[in-house]
Design a protein around this ligand. Sequence first.
Ligand SMILES: [Zn+2]
Ligand SMILES: [Zn+2]
Length: 331
Amino acid sequence: MNESRYGNRDERNHYRPFKRVDYPPLFVWPLQPIKGLRWIFSIPGYFFPWNMIYVLTGISAWYLLSPPLENFSKITLENISLLFMRNSSFVAIYFGAFHVRLYIQKKQGTAFKFNPNWPNIKSKKFMLGNQNLDNIIWTFGSGVVIWTLLEVGILWLAANNILNVISPTDRPYYFIFMILTVHLWRDIHFYLIHRFIHCGPLYRHAHYIHHKNNNPGPWSGLAMHPTEHIFYFSCVFFYLIFPFHPAFAVVTLVHAGLSPAPGHAGFERMILKNADFDIDAHAHYLHHKHFECNYADGILPLDRWFGTFHDGSLEAQEKMKKRLKEQAVRK
Ligand SMILES: [Zn+2]
Ligand SMILES: [Zn+2]
């Protein structure tokens, strides 16, 4: 598969896709209802492929791979361990699949790889001098632990009737609506907390850990300081203010836990057999490269609305530089 059909390389050999980062035709003015509807049901679109992977994994996690809700009326080491093992397995399989194919087997070499270099295996800025090992330690040692503890805590609230738990058979439309809009809520939440943790003190305390990865790989996705993990997985608290079902919390946490893998893969496209497809990593790669742009990483055009959007073009680069200069003058 020839990457030159899709992009070119700059003087430092960094890959630049021709395709600009863009948003689906849902939140544009004037409205484009037919195009928007078509996008929702097309592939790639709102549901397929990514959202469905997370929704189906989350639903299976609750209905097939969790103890019944009443078991959570007491917080026990057994419940915590079971959910920790379940969540760790999801992460190991999903993040591992991207890592093995792209970084161990190197199935497509550096084709479509934004940064031509492989992750650092001799760098003092990473634990054990190795970017991948450092990222994996943060992922399991902090990320999956905090994900699991928040999940157990919320299930404890539900099991003790502190939350108003609904039955999906009594309120099927509400149940489906809440599950299928997880992605939209997560977009807004991620944008807000991400801008917040870019503030000086919080950045220096926590978010700098994630930004050590200016050449990210899949494992960089959840490589965060524990403070950032608490902010990041706090998206699950949104569901406490509405009539609740445990599946809402589990799907949201699975979405937050797994979706960073393709977004940090470091490649624009993946090649499988004779086909190749966009894995939606360009917008967030630009964030890791330039820091002060593309704080959101989803389908809502929040960066465009708030003036922090970078579509990968040289014009966007100039616009960002001008914005940062003006900010510096104001300070
Ligand atoms: Zn990131
Ligand atoms: Zn950031």
